[in-house]
Ligand binder design. Sequence first.
Ligand code: CFM
Length: 545
Amino acid sequence: MSAVREEKLVQWDPVDIKAKLIAKYPPKVARKRAKQIMINEALENETPEITANVRTIPGIITMRGCTYAGCKGVIMGPTRDIVNLVHGPIGCSFYAWLTRRNQTDPGENGDNYIPYAFSTDMQEQDIIFGGEKKLELAIQEAYDTFHPKSIAIFATCPVGLIGDDIHTVASTMKEKLGDCNVYAFSCEGYKGVSQSAGHHIANNQVFRHIVGENDEVKPGEFKINLLGEYNIGGDGFEIDRIFAKCGITCISTFSGNATYDQFASAHTADLNAVMCHRSINYVADMLETKYGIPWIKVNFIGAESTAKSLRKIARYFDNTDLIDRVEKVIAEEMPEVEAAAADVRKRTDGKTAMLFVGASRAHHYQGLFSEMGMKVISAGYEFAHRDDYEGRQVLPLKLDADSRNIEELEVVADETRFRPRKSPEELAALEEQGLDFEKYDGLIRDMDENTLIIDDLNQYEAEKLVELMKPDIFCAGIKEKFSIMKLGVPMKQLHSYDSGGPYAGFKGAVNFYHEIDRLTSSKVWSYLKAPWQENPELTAAYVWE
Ligand code: CFM
């Protein structure tokens, strides 16, 4: 580690940074933001409280997206054979069209509607006279053209404002078409404080209208569902490759490259493995209550986490063949990963990173950085809840008016299909062996003391943070990409992966090491002068001067 780098790390004091981040705000705003900026105290058994999942203060340029983005884009967007029809103006539909890099393969029957954008293209007259008729016609047209198994309808803001009854249209059309499951999502952009509300609205409807529709027993010995994996940049394909090698059958992924039928059969799996806790943990709970399937937290980002997650799954099934096979796969895959890590560490060791992504990724990617010897000095979520920071022991959280707006499904054990996969004794024995069920400890515990954890970071604070702490790399999304690069700091998109990926699993880890090494070792950043390096304050000139 160079002397310069060491100097850089001790140069700042987190208390000072926090004060500087909020110094320019009016007192009321500063007070609110202070509760969302935490200096990690890394307390042993007790995690300090952070404010999360609250409204962004008007006027602040947030990194968040809307509820519709969370429902249509995040949860339903990656499905491949469901026609996802947006009821709204075309602007909202444009942003539903291949803007998230969730990938698909068309599968055996070739049904893949991902390349299409389906929209009712609402006009002013529909806003004035109502859009239900137009929606009906659009559903009929999609059905006549593609004969899909299922059509999903998404409400955008104007639909909620004018009061179109999309649920009645959906059930009427479902009855009329006969062989096509039609359902709707009241996921208007304004429905919640962020896209997190949209995840919940989407997942509730998937659970209500699709899961359990197909009781057919699928082949395979060790059957799981992978919850909260969206196949960005092909991550899901790499995980599928590893599962296949280990002999683990994935009945349904929620929802990367998923089909209608996979969702419909999800209740036949024997274990739920939860990857993105934020977007889907409640589905795991519902599957357990209704069908008796236990869940564990997994993480396939980072080679070590991947190995650990595979071992957890094998331990659950308690089968020596599977345990041996998983060990063999890990032994086969790791040498390449370790060689790549050793190579990049010559350059990446001791470098610093900041991670600001929607939720889970700001936690999951820390493992990859530590495999490269890099330190995450600040991180945060756009829209996660307190349990994602502090761990599930803080549940249940106190409901505020905004959370109350989001429906909670009342789920009970299915009369005929509830079948506990393990007895209470078996579960207790597994827990004794270190396999935790329904457990997630959150981001805070994995971060060092004196790091800064910031919820709902905004444009202004992001720039300030970079200016003050000068990380070697900043990871966030497209909205932050260019403003950060203009400050002379390399930037990696952790939502869409820029044009890269996969970064999950073993091969993904190698890809990521190379990408971060390339970005942080590039000389180009040293030629760039950020505005404050040239002029402490911006000045302007008139054209006639
Ligand atoms: Fe889960 Fe995601 Fe994320 Fe997310 Fe997202 Fe995403 Fe994300 Mo962008 S589901 S919370 S709503 S891991 S689209 S694949 S990258 S903000 S950190």
